[in-house]
Design a protein around this ligand. Structure first.
Ligand code: FAD
Length: 408
């Protein structure tokens, strides 16, 4: 990181944009290291804290959106000694004068952290009812989804990736009829090898999920008091509610308009700094070394490193192996996909209630794994094997309460 990244006017303090897991994680870590620093956190929402991963397993527990809030914004502000500006949208960043333009007036910063998250991708659907298609990426979305569900409702989910699969399981457990549509030939296709994907599909089918693979939704129309989803094969599904879960797109416009380097996400270096050394980014909006990592564990790792750097000790972000936990009680999954360029083969051990798959290279060294059903109990053992191989901290010794993570 260039020398001009050092603080030039500490009286302006650090400004963090966003009160999701990323924004609050940086505020918390920075406060631990620097008791006196002025920290201002700006958010366009109400600043209440909730664990976003709980959105896809809260319906079966009957939880309201309000019940998911674990700490109200003003309480966090008091705990951390930060200034919290809620319902304040940042419209522009002037990196020369180091000032934000916000809906509540200008705000100067010494160091800026962007933790602005991502927007759900919208499918190019036609039809007169596309406005009725739900997406769930925050508490308000969850509130709207929940209020749209009557007892015995039927829901069509577009997307059989991690979030679509988690909602499918949760909605079934809540007594809802569920159809899932995906162009891929099986669920979790970006995460699991074929055998594991089929195993997972059959377990969720056993729980009542109806899969429609190799299918693409083209239109959503209102028809006879319900919704009709037209698939490209010509088939039609009836539903009371449609939930789209086809991925996220990082919010990069604010950074791009300020002249910061962006690609799919806001590009950051190994310290989490953007192309402007006074501006950092992390979480769903950031792109680390070409990769998007829209999940919790990378946020925790990046927030600690960025906070240390902001507090004066340049600290690179070091991501270790980060297994993905899929929150589907009908078929729990923990998977550590091998890197994209890894050469090797999958080996499997299938039991009626457990599937273990290991990805081994030419020297029979473990490069990744997929654990399904009761096999998820072997997670620590396999992470330790990986740690012995690489000599890195695998996180295997961390407590079971650590946040589950997901990959894209
Ligand atoms: C349903 C669901 C289930 C998930 N399950 C898991 C899981 O099991 N494991 C896992 O690891 N990950 C999971 N994830 C992903 C994980 O929750 C996210 O990676 C993480 O919460 C992203 O946090 P963030 O702070 O980067 O973004 P967000 O939580 O999106 O926060 C963005 C913040 O920026 C604010 N903001 C944006 N633009 C502006 C602006 N211009 N001005 C002011 N404020 C602005 C917003 O108001 C918000 O406060 C899940 C995600 C979803 C949607």
């Amino acid at each position: 990181m260039p020398d001009n990244a050092k603080p030039t006017d500490p009286t302006r303090g650090t400004v963090i944009v966003g009160t999701g897991l990323a924004g609050y994680a940086v505020a918390r870590e920075l406060r631990k290291l620097d008791a006196g620093r002025q920290i201002t956190v700006v958010t366009r929402d109400d600043g209440d804290f909730y664990a976003k991963p709980s959105l896809s397993n809260a319906l079966a527990q009957g939880k309201t959106a309000d019940a998911l809030v674990t700490t109200p914004g003003p309480v966090i502000a008091g705990q951390l000694g930060i200034t919290l500006r809620t319902r304040t949208t940042v419209d522009a960043i002037d990196t020369v004068s180091r000032t934000l333009r916000t809906t509540q007036g200008p705000l100067a910063y010494d160091k800026l952290v962007l933790a602005t998250g991502a927007d759900p991708i919208r499918l190019p659907l036609s039809g007169d009812a596309i406005g009725a298609v739900h997406q769930v990426n925050d508490l308000d979305d969850y509130r709207a989804l929940r209020s749209g569900l009557a007892p015995g409702a039927r829901v069509a989910i577009l997307g059989a990736g991690l979030i679509g699969s988690e909602f499918a399981n949760d909605l079934r457990a809540a007594g809802v009829e569920v159809d899932v549509v995906d162009l891929a030939p099986r669920p979790l296709a970006a995460l699991l090898p074929e055998q594991a994907g089929r195993w997972f599909a059959s377990r969720l089918a056993g729980a009542g999920v109806r899969w429609h693979f190799g299918e693409k939704a083209q239109a959503v129309r209102a028809h006879a008091g319900q919704l009709e989803i037209a698939l490209h094969s010509g088939a039609r599904l009836q539903a009371d509610l449609v939930l789209s879960a086809v991925g996220l797109r990082p919010r990069i416009a604010l950074a791009a308009n300020a002249g910061l380097s962006v690609e799919r996400g806001i590009r950051v270096d190994r310290f989490g700094a953007t192309s402007d050394p006074n501006v950092f980014a992390l979480g769903d909006c950031a792109q680390y070394d070409g990769r998007l990592m829209p999940y919790v564990q990378p946020i925790m790792v990046a927030s600690r490193a960025i906070a240390a750097t902001l507090a004066g000790t340049d600290t690179p972000i070091a991501f270790g192996p980060m297994p993905v936990v899929v929150k589907t009680p009908a078929c729990p999954v923990t998977v550590l996909p091998p890197s994209q360029d890894a050469a090797g083969r999958w080996e499997s051990d299938a039991q009626p209630d457990a599937l273990t798959m290991r990805f081994l290279d030419a020297q029979d060294r473990l490069q990744g794994f997929a654990l399904l059903g009761a096999a998820t109990a072997r997670r620590r053992q396999l992470l330790e094997l990986l740690g012995q191989r690489s000599g890195t901290d695998t996180g295997a010794a961390r407590t079971p309460t650590e946040q589950p993570i997901r990959t894209q």
